[in-house]
Ligand binder design. Sequence first.
Ligand code: COA
Length: 250
Amino acid sequence: MSGGAGYETLLVEERDDRVVVTLNRPRARNAINAAMVEELHAVCAGLERRPRLLLLTGAEGVFAAGADIQELLERGREEALAGINSRLFDRVARLPMPTVAAVDGYALGGGAELAYACDVRLAGESAVFGNPEPGLGILAAAGACWRLAELAGVSVAKQVLLGGRRLDAAEALRLGLVAEVVPDGELLGRAHRLLDRMARSAPGALRLTKLVLDARGPHPLADDLAQAILFESEEKRDRMRAFLDKGASS
Ligand code: COA
């Protein structure tokens, strides 16, 4: 149950059905530095070993103000080719169980890309999404150039990435980028309720649904194979019998 042990840049709360991760470098507006990347990889490793839901948020009213610009300044071609952030965010996107980003305040640059890599985003009223990378002489190379287009459409992605448009919470909601906007003070509670709802589903069914949803192109064979696994599961039989028995007894 405890949080934070052994982490320098994150607060981590482990529960039976979920892990709650708070990006926690508030003095740098939770900018994602190498230590945070390493620690998020450690969290991913734990979630791959023992799949659970992930709730990701930021400390002190900010999600994350991007990759750490101090470190970016020193990075060269080799670091870019190593895909320091893109590989982490891909790993987050491929986590076995659903992930929810609870975003209040700034989610800029790499912070926005990390939120884009999650399965569902909830916004506090103060949330602002943006990708100001070209202003710093670089591009948003950790997923924004394709994930944002998938989530909100190419037109919106071009407005954000080329036009420097920032999306506030209401705009993000209208564009479907976030599922819901709630007052900042209610954001975590609302996110936990969403995870509670997810946790009531069969974990194996959630896991396979996520895998199939994320498969590219039409994939009826993958759907059938995933269903074949689930149809044979004890959990499916128990859940369906419980539903039918309840009907019979009412
Ligand atoms: N990397 C490194 N440090 C960062 C940072 C980042 N991405 N974002 C903020 N910080 C640091 C600032 O340098 C400042 O440090 P200091 O106190 O030692 O001077 C501290 O966090 C607070 O930032 P400040 O700009 O004073 O806070 P603010 O609340 O006025 O503004 C932001 C918040 C997010 C609007 C502003 O910090 C910002 O524009 N950050 C950069 C966003 C960006 O370009 N991200 C893309 C990176 S690729």
